[in-house]
Design a protein. Structure first.
Lengths: 510, 487
């Protein structure tokens, strides 16, 4: 353990407050939860400020031999740092989003969210394979409760689907982990990232990990739990689900599947590409015909996550950096979009797109924010979405121009459904009197949407702040997987002119 | 000298049997008024035995010093660890029983005495190193258990449970005895080590049949599939404190005994029984999970859950390794805590007149009316489902880790995939308590003893217990190592 155990404290603060929330009344619980998440945000900023870019790969490491079979080992690299920042940034906003809309069992609700925060930070910071699994899998419990208790009318089906889908995927991964630790003789993630598993074993291990991460991601065709869960979860639940939980799958691929099983990753590259291409096109088409706003955004999440997976498996630096930025950007943007839905849902209690219309007249600031996030979701230059998608597509183009072409079609479709959504909600005539009477954003909503908007623009205009901490880690990962990378079809290299002498010599021989 | 040594080693059993006999006399003269003092005295006897056994477990007792009566009886760390769990479970049953039976005006002193004798029988079972000791312990436990199942003799269900348990239990004992006679006939000895030696020379047909019959009889006692049919009926019919007892202590004893039999007596032919145990393990996991899905009665559901859990425990045994045995003991420890916790919680579900509620319909929306109880049950159920960070997960982890180390990958993969089926009904439990509209039927209050047991059980399976895993793994490793592995 070196110095101040900041990661442990980031886990302990929300944990302690979560326990306290069980015993508090609604008002105190809200304040306490907000305080805890803000403390974690401050600690997260300290973490970022003290992160030594270009320094050691693993920083803020802590190690304590507390348990039988695994260690309390924490530590972060740039990738984990960025995802932790995303979590601590979104958490206070989630608490704010639930300030008035959650009225029953507030203490338990806040406790569930704080537990979620503990588990998310723990997942990103864990340096022991088993510790990672415990944090990763334990997230099922609070999320199951959040969907099931505070969700909408069809919440029970959604919560079952969420729970059982993700559990089945994860337990197979667990068996693979047991095998890996048995084979490599260590459960330390940094050590395992350097370990070369036999190629034939990699295939099975990769598939086991894939079964977990593909569900979490979610990839087509195991994505069906996501729309169900999103639609039924309360607004803040959707934000945390789209914002952070979906990133666990991508984080898993980049932390485990790629560096630990590079050969198998190359072997299954086309599986990933085909599933991702299907996801980008199919779910975009499905999103186009949705009547429910949350469902539409949920399907768009599946499409965006497919861009992440193609980027990750393009085996080059652009693709990996692009995938990371898409993850961060999608975390902010889809979170913000769910908040935008939440804002009008709180006023009218419906998510039907047809019940709204012409909101730009009576809610002009709302329409402005909604416009910004819509554009960011489409990937307009100047917003975070552009940077990520551009890099991802640049990465994938080096591998396969076909995949790049199909994914680009998906992005055009993405523009179609998002703009169509925006037109129906914000423009046009005010056909519904109750929707026309809705007041504009209040201070609380400003405080929720404002920071996200700023972050989206920051990431869009100056992505270097976010790329710099990750650069070394991604370069290292790229070097690690380079041995398995395959030549793409888009490398149009200029060939050497045929040596003239040889031809002449050939001619003379005749 | 030999006799003195032997007697020193069986002091815990002596305490139990002498106090049982004395209490029997007190009960005969004291009548029903004596039931409370007898219960308390039985608890003290169990506690005394517990603290006498504990040092040998902590010291990892093994080797020739632990052998008593010329190889009939072994007081090693493995037996000691099982005994600790048995005494705790028996004590818990004694603590929750009076409140339950007082209602039916059926609290009589013999309840505590029966539990005490059952505990004595189990104590002998886990220490048995000879077929004769094994059978004496097993029958002492079983006879007490048959009576306990039918303890509410005016209640049809309880009487039916007792009868079913007796008839099927007698059948199982018959199978066991038949196997034992074959073993004796072909090995020429009844001692575990002797049988092992005979088997090392080759597995003749008679020995093989004997082994299979003995294992079948044991499978009946641990209620492993395909010998599980009695479990749901007996668990449902028996009075709830008795069911709590059945689901915990005798399971520990039977599993520990099966472990010792398989490893010490049949250890040299592990290949022959590993496939049997593997099949029983997988079948128990699947049948236990599928059977529980349709159940409305919570006691019945917990019966299937115990079948399911036995399957996971047997995965540890199927490895035939020290690591697997150690994992089995870890799983058992948390299984006992989860079982006691969930049955105590079940005993706390009462309506305003004090009638016990035991169906899902009664606990709908429990989390709004009785939040503390509901949250404890939530933790217990997630733990039974094996979701981290609760300790039920740790047990499964250790067991499957042993299976993977022993190269039983297929067993591990199918076993863990089937555990997802099991998760379905555990989360149904939580769905009913947390998501459904409250019916507010649970109104009765429980005394502090119930709360204390529930809180202790919940604390044992809570993530806090991870801090104790280092110590626990050390204990179970020593216990597993104290078995004389012949493999």
């Amino acid at each position: 353990m070196t110095g101040f155990p900041i990661l442990s404290i980031m886990l302990l603060v929300p944990f302690g407050c979560a326990m306290a929330c069980f015993f508090l009344d609604a008002k105190t619980a809200r304040v306490l939860a907000l305080t805890a998440t803000l403390i974690d945000l401050v600690l997260g900023i300290l973490l970022w400020a003290n992160f030594d870019i270009g320094g050691a790969q693993w920083q803020f490491t802590e190690r304590a031999d507390l348990f039988g079979g695994f260690e309390w080992a924490l530590g972060i690299d740039g990738i984990a740092l960025m995802l932790i920042m995303l979590s601590v940034f979104l958490m206070p906003i989630c608490i704010g989003a639930s300030w008035h809309s959650i009225t029953k069992r507030v203490g338990e609700y806040m406790a569930a969210f704080l537990f979620m925060e503990v588990l998310m930070i723990g997942t990103f910071a864990a340096q022991d394979l088993y510790l990672f699994y415990i944090f990763f899998e334990a997230g099922l419990i609070p999320m199951y409760l959040i969907i099931g208790i505070w969700g909408g009318s069809d919440r029970i089906y959604a919560s079952y689907k969420f729970f059982l889908y993700t559990l089945l995927g994860s337990v197979l991964m667990f068996i693979a982990m047991l095998w890996m630790v048995n084979e490599a003789g260590t459960s330390s993630i940094p050590a395992l990232m350097q370990y070369d598993f036999p190629a034939e074993a990699q295939t099975w291990l990769w598939l086991a990990f894939f079964s977990s991460f593909a569900v979490k991601m979610p990839m087509w065709p195991v994505h069906t739990w996501l729309p169900a869960a999103h639609v039924q979860a309360p607004t803040a639940g959707s934000v945390i689900l789209a914002g952070v939980l979906l990133k666990l799958g991508g984080y898993g691929f980049i932390r485990f599947s790629l560096p630990m099983f590079p050969e198998a990753s190359a072997q299954f590259m086309w599986l990933i590409f085909i599933l991702s291409m299907a996801a980008v096109v199919l779910t975009s088409l499905i999103a186009l015909v949705q009547h429910d706003m949350k469902k539409l955004i949920a399907y768009s999440s599946v499409a965006h996550m497919a861009i992440v997976t193609v980027g990750l498996f393009s085996f080059n630096v652009q693709g990996l950096e692009g995938a990371m930025i898409v993850m961060l950007s999608h975390g902010l943007v889809s979170g913000a979009l769910f908040l935008c839905v939440g804002v009008i849902y709180d006023r009218l209690h419906t998510r039907e797109i047809d019940r709204y219309g012409g909101l730009s007249i009576n809610m002009k600031y709302y329409a402005l924010f909604f416009m910004l996030f819509t554009m960011a979701s489409i990937g307009l230059p100047g917003t975070s979405g552009f940077v990520g998608e551009f890099l991802s597509l640049a990465g994938i183009y080096q591998v396969s121009s076909v995949v790049a072409f199909v994914c680009t079609i998906g992005i055009i479709l993405g523009a179609a459904y998002m703009l169509y959504l925006y037109r129906r909600v914000a423009f046009g005539e005010q056909k519904n009197a109750d929707a026309a009477a809705m007041p504009d954003l209040n201070l609380r909503e400003w405080l929720m949407l404002g920071p996200i908007a700023a972050a989206v623009l920051w990431m869009g205009v100056y992505p270097e702040s976010f790329l710099a901490p990750m650069r070394n880690d991604i370069a290292m990962l790229d070097a690690r997987i380079a041995r398995a990378a395959r030549a793409g079809d888009a490398h149009l290299e200029i060939g050497e002119p045929a040596p003239v002498e040889v031809v002449e010599a050939h001619g003379e021989a005749h | 000298m030999e006799l003195t040594n032997s007697l020193t080693l069986i002091v815990p059993e002596l305490i139990l049997s002498i106090s049982g006999l004395i209490l029997l006399l007190i009960a005969a003269w004291g009548g029903n008024e004596a039931s409370r003092p007898v219960s308390i005295a039985s608890c003290i006897a169990l506690g005394g035995a517990f603290f006498l056994v504990a040092p040998s477990v902590c010291a990892g007792a093994s080797g020739p010093d632990t052998i008593a009566f010329g190889g009939q009886f072994r007081a090693d760390a493995f037996a000691g660890l099982a005994k600790l769990m048995i005494y705790v479970a028996a004590g818990a049953a004694l603590v929750v029983a009076p409140a339950y039976f007082d209602r039916a005006k059926a609290m009589r002193p013999e309840f505590a005495i029966l539990v005490l004798f059952a505990a004595l029988g189990m104590s002998i079972m886990v220490s048995a190193a000879d077929l004769l000791t094994l059978y004496i312990g097993l029958e002492l436990n079983s006879l007490a258990a048959y009576v306990l199942a039918a303890y509410l003799r005016d209640d049809d269900k309880s009487a039916e449970a007792g009868l079913k348990y007796f008839v099927l239990g007698a059948l199982a004992s018959g199978i066991l005895l038949f196997g034992m006679s074959l073993l004796y006939g072909f090995a020429g000895t009844t001692s575990f080590s002797g049988i092992n030696l005979a088997m090392a020379g080759g597995l003749s047909g008679g020995l093989l049949f004997g082994m299979i019959f003995v294992l079948a009889g044991m499978a009946f006692k641990v209620s492993a599939v395909p010998f599980h049919m009695w479990t749901p009926d007996v668990y449902e019919g028996a009075p709830t404190p008795v069911t709590a007892f059945f689901a915990s202590a005798p399971k520990v004893a039977a599993v520990a005994l099966t472990g010792r039999l398989a490893l010490e007596a049949f250890g040299s032919q592990a290949d022959a029984w590993q496939q049997i145990v593997t099949f029983a393990a997988l079948a128990s996991i699947v049948v236990g999970a599928l059977g529980a899905i349709g159940q409305e009665n919570i006691k019945r559901l917990l019966a299937y859950s115990s079948i399911n859990n036995v399957g996971f425990i047997l995965v540890g045994l199927a490895t035939a390794s020290i690591a697997g045995t150690s994992a089995m003991m870890i799983y058992l420890a948390f299984y006992v805590a989860m079982t006691i916790g969930s049955f105590v919680a079940l005993l706390m579900l009462k309506d305003e007149d004090g009638n016990y509620l035991e169906t899902f319909g009664d606990i709908a929306g429990l989390s709004t009316t009785r939040p503390a109880l509901a949250w404890c049950l939530l933790l217990l159920m997630f733990s039974l489902a094996g979701i981290p960070p609760l300790m039920g997960f740790y047990g499964k982890w250790m067991v499957f880790q042993a299976a993977v180390e022993a190269d039983l990958l297929l067993l591990a993969v199918f076993g863990i995939a089937a555990s997802v089926i099991g998760a379905f009904y555990y989360i149904k439990f939580i769905k009913v308590m947390f998501f459904d509209e409250p019916v507010d039927r649970v109104k009765g209050l429980s005394d502090w003893a119930h709360w204390a047991l529930l809180v202790i059980a919940t604390a044992v399976i809570s993530p806090v217990a991870f801090l104790a895993t280092n110590w626990l793994v050390n204990l179970t490793d020593m216990a597993a190592a104290s078995l004389s592995f012949a493999g």
